[in-house]
Design a protein around this ligand. Structure first.
Ligand code: ADP
Length: 490
């Protein structure tokens, strides 16, 4: 690979087995699968390939921990303290975890250190503070009764996460689940199991009791589907594609599980002529190219007001040209490879489609280098609303620029999608900014910024971008049942 010398040595892989009831065990079938380094296309390690048999054991361990183990008796405040301890251990091991994430996923180490790890640690700490603050209510009802509600853990939760932010997605899911007192069976994505397994080890070191967190690496249709169908699992939290969510919804219908989904998007990013164009260009570039374009909320439909279109595109092209692609473990690298061959092929196919649809590829448009799943930062202009590159989630470094003339028009076009995860608006006109924020159908709207995440700010989708919210106080809702207790006072 043509890059500067890698300055960080690849980390040691320590955990590759299933984590069930506090034990590290091979899959019952004895099968393993390779996890691949996307920068070299070579295997990093062989990981246990869990399936239904392993999921059964993990659910049993989680149920036992929930109902009989130390976790069922622990004081809520002590539960919070254990979560803080896990966050502390992650912070102590931040460099190594970031390097492992970078190795397995291909993301630049500098991004993993600056974004994934701090956000994950912050999320665990944020929810640790909630563990002892989950109050019910006292409710005046008719008659001589005393009525109160209890907020109880929903039970054993199955959590299925994707490969684009493996550590962060694990933290988003563990945080509210642990605070609520649930127990967990997690299935990490088959492309990126390593950091989740490492977090399992840190949870164990932190003193989180055996069986509270169980991890089954493996594939979606086997390990994932068994978790979804298992009658001993009370809730599924899933992040991934809407097509997978549809399968999960159908599989979960037999047991009527509680479901939360955080799915994809084709998020509109709207730049008005009166915006701070330098900030808007930098923000729009970041909105799409961050994490190799592999963000569910990527600002992949960039609407630019006609009068500034050409100047704005020039700024974007210049940023693409100076973007540094290379070894993810090199701290100077800004863009790494896509996660795997399948994503790489899919993105190149969309670039072909864009060219064939008549859009103009004004930057990038091809593979970068000869080894690894690298794709040049790619920019299409002349994109119209019905083109597939404007409607489909590409999940790669491919930005579509669309021109618009006025506010009403751009709001209608922004909303003309089955998705509704995020949106952004860039303008100095405060009234216009809030008008767009109110009208756009999306779970998150950023004004003069993009991708600002915080553990306290709820995140999730309208329409086909999801169900329920993660983060913030609302992120706890799906992990709690409400129980009404009424006492006769006579
Ligand atoms: P992506 O295209 O981003 O990989 P997926 O929705 O396919 O998105 O994958 C997200 C997660 O869902 C992964 O952990 C994957 O293994 C899992 N998954 C895929 N198919 C299923 C399924 N049928 N049931 C449960 N989980 C699944």
């Amino acid at each position: 690979m043509a890059t500067a010398s890698p300055t960080i040595a690849p980390p040691t892989v320590r955990q590759t087995q299933c984590f069930i009831g506090g034990q590290w065990v091979p899959a019952q079938s004895g099968k393993t699968f390779d996890t691949i380094n996307p920068a070299t296309e070579e295997p990093i390690a062989q990981v246990a390939e869990g399936d239904a048999a392993d999921v059964n054991l993990a659910v049993e361990a989680a149920r036992n921990a929930l109902e009989n183990g130390e976790w069922s008796r622990i004081d809520a405040r002590d539960r919070g303290a254990l979560m803080h301890r896990l966050a502390d251990l992650m912070e102590e091991e931040l460099d190594e975890l970031a390097a492992l994430e970078s190795l397995d996923n291909g993301k630049p180490i500098s991004d993993a250190k600056a974004a994934d790890l701090p956000l994950a640690i912050d999320c665990l700490r944020y929810y640790a503070g909630y563990a002892d603050k989950l109050h019910g209510q006292t409710i005046p009802i008719r008659g001589n009764y005393f009525t109160y509600t209890r907020r109880e853990p929903v039970g054993v939760v199955g959590q299925i996460i994707p490969w684009n932010f493996p550590i962060l997605m694990a933290a988003w899911k563990w945080g509210p689940a642990l605070a609520a007192g649930c127990t967990i069976v997690m299935k990490p994505a088959e492309q990126t199991p390593l950091t989740c397994l490492r977090m399992g080890r840190l949870a164990q070191k932190a003193g989180i009791p055996d069986g509270v967190i169980n991890i089954i690496p493996g594939y979606g249709p086997t390990a994932g589907a068994s978790l979804v169908k298992h009658p001993g699992v009370d809730k599924i939290a899933f992040t991934g594609e809407y097509l997978t969510a549809q399968i999960i919804m159908s599989d979960a219908s037999q047991t009527l599980k509680r479901l939360t989904f955080e799915l994809g998007g084709k998020s509109p990013n709207i730049v008005f002529a009166d915006a701070d164009l330098e900030a808007a260009a930098a923000g729009s570039h970041f909105a799409l190219y961050f994490n190799q374009g592999q963000c569910c909320c990527a600002g992949s439909r960039l609407f630019v007001e006609e009068s500034i279109h050409d100047e704005f595109v020039e700024r974007l092209i210049a940023m693409n040209q100076s973007r540094k692609l290379g070894d993810p473990l090199d701290p100077a690298t800004e863009q790494g490879p896509q996660v795997d061959q399948a994503q790489f092929d899919k993105i190149l196919k969309y670039i072909d489609i864009g060219n064939n649809e008549g859009a103009q590829c004004v930057s990038g448009g091809a593979r970068w280098g000869e080894q690894g799943y690298y794709i040049e930062p790619t920019l299409f202009t002349g994109v119209t609303d019905e083109m597939k590159i404007a409607t489909d989630e590409i999940f790669g470094p491919v930005l579509s620029v669309l021109k618009f003339k006025d506010v009403g028009e751009v709001i209608d076009r922004a909303n003309n999608t089955p998705y509704g995860l995020a949106a952004a608006v860039w303008t100095r006109d405060i009234g216009k900014a809030h008008h767009v924020a109110a009208k756009v159908k999306a779970g998150t709207v950023w004004i003069n910024c993009y991708d600002v995440f915080d553990a306290a700010a709820p995140f999730g989708g309208f329409k086909m971008s999801g169900m329920g919210r993660e983060l913030g106080e609302r992120g706890l809702d799906a992990y709690l049942e409400s129980k009404t207790v009424t006492v006769a006072l006579d």
